[in-house]
Design a protein around this ligand. Structure first.
Ligand code: XMP
Length: 314
């Protein structure tokens, strides 16, 4: 899709027509994640097929604070009622003892798609609408990570489920999806929402993902997001390390945990630069993390660009 000539209104009109043509009077399911991509897909599909759309939300226990409630509220204002399945127990069970990044991603994917396929069967849908965007496809093709929802590349055969996959946004880059979201009347907090990975807070935890560790990173995430809301920041998040460091807790030498803060600017997530944050702000974030997140004895700031680093840590 030509970035300069992109016309969101025209795109919306054409996609709605295309979805109508493809889905006809059958049922489709869209898995909503809270992100702008899936929200846009849900609204386009709702416009196209109305009540034949099932908007499905998997509560995996790896979301940020109040995320499920917020998505549900925003979409209900657009006439979309979410079907919410809480399967966090399955995710924590599956992730137990897993420390290898790719293995964790694999477990996440498998449970995610298992849940999705149960939903596909239980709602008897013929189509699955996914919010895959151009950068997802490029990165998966380049073999940088297997993170993305390009089904064929992660060993999922939709035909096995009797499904047809529709990816209405696959030619768009993130900034274009944001223009579409704005044109669809989604609120600013959705169309300007910073990207958040599918496996959620699990990608911000090095080592084992336990409820306790998720709770820590959820608290730290809230702090970082509250303190760094600027538009020019592409992503801002904390990461919990698995190694421990010596510190002083309640006046005594003790081993504690470490959190790194990663703040990057980027156009399309394919490359990224660290953002220069003032010491004053970094100190404020540090102080809040040390005070509000139990057991942390070190807060670090990550200054690496992508490449050679990636944006996330796992
Ligand atoms: P990396 O870490 O590969 O991230 O530089 C590039 C962009 O992709 C996001 N990301 C993910 N998004 N599922 C997603 O939906 C994932 O598994 C995943 N891993 C990374 C990341 O946040 C960044 O915006």
């Amino acid at each position: 899709m030509n970035k300069r000539k992109f016309n969101p209104k025209k795109f919306i009109k054409e996609k709605i027509e295309e979805l109508k043509r493809k889905i006809k009077d059958k049922k489709a399911l869209v898995a909503v994640s809270g992100g702008v991509d899936s929200a846009v897909c849900a609204i386009l599909a709702k416009e196209a097929i109305g009540k034949n759309l099932i908007a499905f939300f998997i509560d995996d226990g790896l979301m940020r604070e109040k995320e499920a409630e917020q998505v549900s509220k925003i979409l209900s204002q657009k006439g979309i009622n979410l079907e919410l399945w809480n399967v966090e127990e399955n995710f924590f069970e599956g992730l137990k003892g897993k420390i290898d990044p790719e293995e964790k991603r694999k477990v996440f994917r498998e449970i995610f798609y298992k849940t999705l396929s149960q939903a596909v069967r239980s709602y008897s849908v013929d189509f699955l609408i996914q919010g895959t965007i151009a950068a997802d496809i490029v990165e998966t093709q380049k073999g940088i990570k297997t993170q993305h929802n390009v089904l064929s590349q992660i060993g999922i055969n939709p035909i096995y489920y009797g499904l047809t996959i529709i990816e209405p946004l696959k030619d768009l880059y993130k900034n274009q999806v944001r223009l579409v979201a704005k044109a669809l009347g989604l609120p600013k907090k959705v169309y300007n929402r910073k990207p958040f990975p599918g496996p959620g807070l699990a990608t911000r935890i090095i080592g084992e993902v336990t409820r306790d560790r998720v709770e820590k990173i959820r608290l730290a995430t809230k702090i970082v997001e509250e303190e760094l809301k600027e538009k020019e920041i592409f992503q801002a998040f904390p990461v919990l390390f698995s190694d421990r460091a010596t510190g002083i807790i309640e006046g005594k030498r003790a081993l504690g945990e470490m959190i790194a803060i990663r703040v990057v600017k980027s156009e399309d997530a394919l490359t990224a630069e660290p953002v220069k944050i003032s010491w004053k702000r970094l100190y404020r974030i540090r102080d809040r993390i040390l005070k509000e997140v139990p057991g942390i004895v070190k807060v670090l700031y990550d200054i690496t660009p992508k490449p050679p680093s990636t944006i996330e840590y796992i």
